[in-house]
Design a binder for this molecule. Structure first.
Ligand code: J2J
Length: 543
């Protein structure tokens, strides 16, 4: 189903027709969605950015702001289909910019605040981005200097917009113009943005999500989680992540006419007072954070009684930890097992406690197709574990501009190979048993070992390297780099390898947690490095 010249395969027409006929795809777009909400309840608060000074946006204000900003972007030559790399922390400008871009049909590329030169440089050049949006400084890092470096080597990049003090770039505050945005926004079947994949390859893959498919996943998520106009959702994880954006997240909350509150930092010291002050009803956490919150809950001096539901996902949440959440925080737990490529599973509000603490939920849609297969691709017996394959009304049929990778990441008939090992319970709930893909899940942050191996291989003293996951009590997994030095190379300290990776300019969560120097890797029968053997022999002392 790839049209010649298209950036990615899409759903074959018979599937698209089926999803429309079923009422899943309703021809909505994000631009019009906000316009309709602003008309229906203009004075309701849509967005709160509590720090450093509390700022609020009503639906009307957010809608008008998106218009002015869209007109300003258009006046600077940014148009439909253009890519804009967006790297903002949890600040109100994030939401303004996203809706401005939606309105003109330009595609945000969702970078994470932690990304550095390597990732940003790649996103800008690979997507031929025309603009890059940044904070001035965030978490002690000056994004303006990074932007200047990237701009120098990216010819397509015409604009750098800064939320805050612009330095040599353009202030985002100077962009809005008092005019209407250009006529004719994007079509519902077109991509709305490019989301990042967790990735198993040397460079992250980009995920084109359409207005139709993503809005369907929001509607489904809202119904399952009970999101409505009274919902006050706290965005604790980085807003660019698929989970806090859509499960049901800040976009789901805005779709339902609720209120989104942006949390600047995820620790209980920051989040708990906000929960009390803003009367937060719902939020989403990764398991390590859920642990920290659970431990802090009973001692908290704040009143958390407004909190009704906490979603936990992104990595496996241990059963014992899951049992402790409700007593500690006084709210319900819902597990969520999702992926930026599409498929999202939730436990349900009417599931019994056993199901909620021992499973990762079941799919949003009756039209989510699930196949659980063995290594040869044959269906396993019901209840046995195997590889999870899926296709459906909000799961992509291919990554953006990645035909070679798409040939292996999807089956001939369009099922996405998730790389997850699952089994299905008699109630249709999935239990994540493990992973077949070469990836490290560091408390919800995904690391592709190949990406880090390639960097370490560039070190002059390194002959070979293999990066693997090792179990960690708090994060679930951490990364360990096994390094073989060149014959005759001076011995190195682990810190030297870590520094080398850091200085290459990658997100801090990708720097190996542990480094071990070895003489040889264990090999499998076929001469390939055995990552399973490496994992099982891992020594995990502190470094
Ligand atoms: C085990 N592994 C899980 C879970 C994700 C909602 C929630 C999460 C994501 C997300 C998301 C897991 N137990 N509960 O996009 O909308 C692992 C799986 C999966 C991969 C996807 C959402 N929840 N995982 O985490 O694209 O391995 O999306 O394939 O970042 O995370 O990662 P990502």
């Amino acid at each position: 189903a790839t049209t010649p010249g298209a950036d990615a395969p899409t759903w074959p027409p018979e599937f698209a027709e089926r999803y429309r006929a079923a009422g899943h795809w309703r021809g909505e777009t994000f631009g019009r969605m906000l316009r309709e909400r602003a008309a229906a309840h203009p004075d309701r608060i849509a967005l709160v950015d509590p720090a450093p000074e509390r700022r609020t946006w009503t639906y009307r204000e957010l809608d008008e702001r998106a218009d002015r900003l869209a007109a300003g972007f258009a006046a600077r030559g940014i148009g439909r289909g253009d890519r804009v790399v967006l790297q903002l922390p949890n600040v109100g400008e994030f939401v303004e910019v996203v809706f401005a871009l939606f309105r003109i049909g330009a595609l945000p590329v969702y970078a994470l605040p932690a990304h550095r030169d390597t990732e940003i440089g790649y996103f800008c050049s690979f997507t031929e981005a025309v603009a890059y949006v940044i904070p001035d400084r965030h978490a002690g890092f000056d994004h303006r200097a990074l932007a200047a470096r990237v701009r120098e080597r990216t010819p397509t990049l015409r604009h750098v917009f800064v939320a805050g003090d612009p330095g040599v770039h353009t202030a985002l505050a100077d962009v809005p113009v008092d005019a209407d945005p250009p006529e004719g926004g994007p079509e519902p079947h077109e991509p709305a943005f490019l989301q990042l994949s967790g990735g198993t390859t040397g460079v992250p893959k980009l995920i084109p999500r359409t207005h139709d498919d993503y809005i369907y996943s929001l509607r489904g998520s809202n119904e399952i989680c009970g999101v409505g106009a009274d919902t006050r959702f706290l965005v604790v994880l980085p807003a660019a992540h698929n989970f806090p954006m859509s499960s049901p997240g800040w976009l789901g909350t805005l779709y339902a006419g609720g209120t989104v509150v942006l949390c600047p930092r995820p620790d209980p010291e920051t989040a708990f007072p906000l929960i009390e002050r803003e009367r937060i009803t719902m939020t989403g956490l990764v398991p390590p954070l859920a642990l920290v919150w659970t431990e802090a809950g009973p001692a908290a001096r704040q009143d958390l009684s407004s909190l009704e539901l906490v979603l936990v996902g992104g990595a496996k949440y241990g059963e014992e930890a899951a049992r402790r959440l409700t007593p500690a925080l006084g709210c319900r737990l819902m597990q969520v097992f999702g992926m930026a490529e599409g498929l999202v599973n939730y436990t349900r509000l009417d599931d019994d406690e056993e199901t909620v603490v021992t499973t990762q939920g079941r799919p949003i849609s009756p039209d989510d197709e699930i196949r659980i297969v063995d290594d040869a691709g044959n269906a396993v017996a019901e209840g046995e574990f195997g590889h999870l394959l899926t296709r459906g009304p909000y799961t992509i049929r291919g990554y953006w501009r990645a035909p070679a990778h798409n040939a292996t990441a999807f089956t001939e008939d369009g099922f996405y190979r998730t790389g997850d090992i699952v089994r299905r319970t008699p109630t249709g709930h999935l239990v994540v048993e493990g992973r077949a893909k070469d990836q490290i899940n560091r408390g919800g942050e995904k690391v592709a070992p190949t990406e880090i191996e390639n960097i370490i291989l560039a070190h002059p003293s390194v002959h070979d390297v293999s990066v693997v996951a090792v179990a960690d009590e708090y994060l679930g997994e951490r990364s360990l780099a096994y390094v073989i030095l060149r014959a005759g190379a001076e011995p190195l300290k682990p810190a030297a390898i870590k520094r080398f990776v850091r200085e290459r300019g990658v997100a801090a969560y990708k720097v190996p947690d542990l480094v071990e120097f070895v003489g040889a890797f264990p090999h499998t029968g076929v001469g390939k490095v055995s990552k399973n053997r490496l994992r099982s022999t891992a020594v995990t002392h502190e470094q």
